[in-house]
Design a protein. Structure first.
Length: 438
C-alpha cells in the first residue's frame, strides 16, 4: 500500500480538528466514532498541533506540497492548525466555568473557606503552605478486596506514603465509567485521584461487576459494598470513615449519584442491609441520570442498549426497575451536597441530562446543588494529564469537597456548642456556611 496522498491526509487532519472543535454528530450510533476520534483532540490539541507541524516540515522537505493539490493540502493543514489552536485557547479559558457556579451556589467566600480547610490538611501532612506538591503518582497502598466477587470486587487505595495514620484524612470513592460494560478502575480519573492524594486525601478507585455478563442492579450493589467496606476499614489507611465523598464519570457518574441518593437503601444492599452507605458529598461528572425518558436524541438507542445488555428486561413491563435506577427520579430533600459537571458538547450523553438532573435536585434538596456546564467540552473531559479542563476539574472538585468538609465540622461544632448551652450565644459563622446551616 502506497503512502496516503497529501491532500487526503490534509482533509483527514482538518476533519479531525473540526470534530475536536465541535462534534460532527450528536445523535444515533454515529456519536460513538465521533467521540472516539474527537475526544483526544479536544483535550490534547497541543500534542496534535506539534505532531502535525513536525510532519508538515518533513513533508515540505520531501516537497509534498508542490503543485496545485499540494498547495491546497498545505492550506487545509494550516486551517487545521488554527482550529487546534482555538481548541486549546478555549480549554485554557474555561476555568471560570468551573469556579463561577461554585461561587453562585456556595457564596463568594467559598474559596476562602476551602483554602482554610486545605491549609489545615497541608499542615497535618507536613507540606508548607507555599510549597508545590509535585508527587504526581502517589503511593498506591495495595489492591484490596472489598466484596465477595474476587475478580471484580477490587480497589486501589491512593494515599501519600507519609500520610499520618490518624484516621482523619478525608476520603473519596471513585466509580469508573464505561457504559456499565467496562468499569475498569485504571486509568480513569487519575488527574483527580493524584491531585487529592497529593494533598492528603485517601482515594479509593474500584472495579465492579459489569454487563452483559452481569445484570442490573449488580453494578450499584458493588458500589454500595465498596462504601460499606470503606466505612469499616479505611481508618487502617489513615482515612476518616465519617467523611466519605463519591465521584465518577459517565456510567460512574450515574452510579455515584444513585449511591448518594439511596443511602442505606436495602433494595441495593442485599445481605448487608444494615451497613452504612451514606456519603458526605457527591461529584458526578457527565453522567446518565434518567433511564426512563424516550424524548431527545439518542434516547431510544440508549434504552435499547439497557434493555438488551444491562437490565435485560423490557421497560414497558418493568418500568419501576428503570425508575428506581434513575437518579433523576430518586431526588430527595436530605440529599448530600452535589457538584454536577457536564460538557456542553458531550456527544455521548447530551448536556440536557446534567441540566435536568441538577434542576430536579435543586427543587427538593436542602443541601447545596452546584451545576457546572463546561462550554465546548466533550465527554470524558477530565481524563488526560496535561488537559487544562482535567486540571480545573480536580481543583474545583477539591474546593467543593473542602467547603463541604468545613461545613460538616462547623455543623458539629455548632451542635456541640448548643448542647453545652454555655451562654455564649449563637456561634459566629462565615456567610457561606451560615446560608447552608440556616
Amino acid at each position: 500500500m502506497g503512502k496516503p496522498r497529501p491532500l487526503l491526509r490534509a482533509v483527514a487532519e482538518l476533519a479531525n480538528a473540526a470534530n475536536g472543535a465541535r462534534p460532527l454528530a450528536r445523535d444515533g450510533y454515529l456519536t460513538i466514532p465521533v467521540f472516539a476520534f474527537g475526544w483526544p483532540t479536544s483535550e490534547m490539541a497541543p500534542l496534535y498541533l506539534a505532531a502535525s507541524i513536525l510532519d508538515a516540515v518533513r513533508r515540505g522537505i520531501r516537497r509534498d506540497f508542490r503543485g496545485g493539490r499540494g498547495r491546497i493540502a498545505l492550506l487545509l493543514t494550516v486551517i487545521a492548525w488554527i482550529l487546534l489552536g482555538l481548541i486549546h485557547r478555549r480549554n485554557v479559558a474555561s476555568q471560570p466555568h468551573f469556579e463561577n457556579p461554585l461561587a453562585d451556589a456556595l457564596g463568594d467566600d467559598y474559596q476562602e473557606i476551602a483554602e482554610k480547610a486545605k491549609a489545615t490538611r497541608r499542615r497535618i501532612i507536613g507540606v508548607p503552605p507555599n510549597e508545590l506538591v509535585r508527587r504526581r503518582y502517589v503511593e498506591k497502598a495495595g489492591t484490596v478486596q472489598y466484596g465477595p466477587h474476587r475478580r471484580v470486587n477490587r480497589a486501589d487505595i491512593w494515599r501519600r506514603s507519609d500520610l499520618p495514620m490518624d484516621g482523619k484524612a478525608p476520603v473519596l470513592l471513585q466509580v469508573p465509567g464505561g457504559a456499565w460494560a467496562i468499569g475498569m478502575r485504571r486509568p480513569q480519573a487519575y488527574p483527580l485521584l493524584s491531585h487529592l492524594a497529593d494533598h492528603g486525601w485517601v482515594c479509593v478507585s474500584i472495579d465492579y461487576r459489569v454487563s452483559p455478563r452481569n445484570t442490573w442492579p449488580d453494578h450499584i450493589v458493588d458500589v454500595k459494598r465498596a462504601l460499606a467496606w470503606i466505612k469499616e476499614n479505611i481508618a487502617d489507611y489513615g482515612g476518616d470513615p465519617d467523611f466519605v465523598a463519591i465521584t465518577g464519570g459517565s456510567a460512574g457518574g450515574h452510579l455515584s449519584a444513585l449511591a448518594a441518593l439511596t443511602a442505606d437503601d436495602p433494595q441495593f444492599q442485599p445481605g448487608f442491609e444494615n451497613a452504612d452507605t451514606s456519603v458526605a458529598a457527591a461529584v458526578p461528572i457527565y453522567g446518565r441520570y434518567d433511564w426512563v425518558s424516550v424524548r431527545g436524541g439518542g434516547r431510544r438507542e440508549f434504552l435499547a442498549f439497557l434493555q438488551k445488555f444491562v437490565v435485560k428486561k423490557p421497560i414497558l413491563a418493568n418500568r419501576q426497575t428503570y425508575v428506581d435506577a434513575s437518579p433523576s427520579f430518586r431526588v430527595r430533600a436530605d440529599a448530600p451536597p452535589f457538584f454536577i459537571l457536564h460538557g456542553a458538547d458531550d456527544s455521548l450523553i447530551p448536556v440536557r441530562e446534567g441540566r435536568h438532573f441538577a434542576a430536579a435536585l435543586r427543587e427538593v434538596s436542602t443541601s447545596p446543588v452546584v451545576y457546572a456546564e463546561i462550554p465546548h467540552a466533550q465527554h470524558a473531559f477530565d481524563f488526560y494529564y496535561g488537559s487544562p479542563r482535567a486540571h480545573y476539574t480536580a481543583q474545583a472538585a477539591e474546593e467543593f469537597l473542602y467547603w463541604v468538609q468545613a461545613n460538616h465540622k462547623t455543623a458539629d461544632d455548632r451542635l456541640a456548642a448548643t448542647s453545652r448551652d454555655d451562654g455564649l450565644g449563637e456561634l459566629a459563622l462565615p456567610p457561606g456556611i451560615a446560608r447552608w446551616l440556616g
